[in-house]
Design a protein around this ligand. Structure first.
Ligand code: PEP
Ligand code: MN
Length: 361
């Protein structure tokens, strides 16, 4: 893993602002021994920021809901004896006051809380005049505006060091992820708020150890600024989220395997070749647009013809035939069924829209 200088954390009072910023530690603080043991191992790997949940938002009652304020004493011990910065999740005003009272260095707001504007505003109000870095996780539902709103409330309280954490989104369907990443949402957040550093939380996206590497790499390839990864001295015995936690040694291996690519290069040959390839892409995009436009013109002619003959717009057999033909021909090309179906569904929908317009003229 070769470090690349990271600008977003320059004023965060950290010793190491190289990309990627790493936050590691257990899902939950469980005991003083577990907190200290994990922290010492992470410190030995030069990890600067520790995480541990003190209050745990659990889906069902009667699960382990965190050790509460006693855990903050253990975090203070991590600061004093291990020399790490410590971070924890706050979900209400009481948590904020407790975390501040114990001198927690960084706080984050969890996905269930960032989805609730009232809770966000109360937390923001409690933070007025406090100079602490705050990370805001994406809300559980895939709503970029809600995520932006949560960040704006924290900024509105005068907090200057604000970051975002992408932890994936709930879905009803069973997928290979615990929370589907929907990468286009954090990309959209970054487009709208380019100065907000973005961390990825592969632990809560994946929900399982075997895909943490792949998710972390994808985040690096999308130019994320860092990772927050659940790390436990004895993951199998963890009181929460056991299936997704890894040991500090495993974390070290994961980080060692990450390939870091830069956003830009000053290699002239690379710049020149990239420009050349991008010209080719632009040319194909123009051609695609022309072809789609020509296809739409034919669809409009069909629309007029159907109108004259009093025929419905949607012809289910014809649509099935098109889709099957495309998927069949697609086998010759290196294009997935999902991709082809999406493109042709979109084209078909636009044809229907155009024909509807013609019918109603
Ligand atoms: C956590 O970080 O342990 C946590 C509860 O995460 P999330 O809010 O993303 O579910
Ligand atoms: Mn967790």
């Amino acid at each position: 893993m070769n470090a690349i200088l990271n600008q977003p954390f320059k004023n965060w009072g950290l010793q190491n602002t190289d990309r990627p910023l790493i936050i590691a530690g257990p899902c939950s603080a469980e005991s003083e021994e577990q907190v200290m043991d994990t922290a010492q191992q992470l410190k030995a790997m030069n990890i600067e920021i520790y995480r541990a949940g003190i209050w745990k938002p659990r889906t069902r009652p009667n699960s382990f809901e965190g050790v509460g304020s006693i855990g903050l004493e253990w975090l203070r011990k991590v600061q004093k004896e291990v020399g790490m910065k410590v971070s924890t999740e706050v979900a209400n005003v009481k948590h904020v006051y407790e975390a501040l009272r114990f001198g927690v260095d960084i706080i984050w707001i969890g996905a269930r809380t960032s989805a609730n504007p009232f809770a966000m505003q109360e937390i923001a109000d409690a933070l007025k005049g406090v100079d602490i870095p705050v990370f805001v996780k994406n809300p559980v539902n895939p709503d970029v505006e809600l995520w932006i709103g949560a960040i704006e409330r924290i900024q509105g309280a005068g907090i200057t060091r604000v970051g975002a954490i992408h932890r994936g989104f709930s879905s009803f369907d069973k997928t290979r992820y615990r929370n589907v990443p929907q990468w286009q949402l954090p990309i959209e957040l970054r487009r709208k708020m380019p100065n907000i550093p973005m961390l990825c939380d592969p632990s809560h996206i994946g929900g399982r150890r075997d895909i943490l590497q792949e998710i972390s790499q994808k985040a690096m390839d999308l130019n994320y600024d860092g990772l927050i990864i659940e790390t436990h001295c004895n993951p199998d015995k963890a009181w929460s989220d056991a299936a997704q936690q890894i040991t500090p040694t495993e974390l070290g291996k994961l980080l060692g395997k990450l390939v870091l690519r830069s956003l830009n290069s000053d290699n002239q040959e690379f710049i020149h070749n990239l420009e050349d390839l991008r010209h080719q892409i632009d040319k194909y995009d123009d051609e695609l647009l022309n072809i789609i436009e020509e296809r739409m013109k034919v669809a409009e002619k069909i629309g007029m013809y159907k109108k004259k003959n009093n025929i419905t717009i949607l012809q289910p057999d014809r649509w099935n035939e098109i889709l099957e033909k495309v998927l069949d021909k697609g086998k010759k090309y290196d294009l997935s069924d999902e991709f082809l179906a999406n493109i042709f569904k979109a084209i078909h929908q636009e044809s229907i829209n155009k024909q509807t317009h013609i019918m109603n003229e």
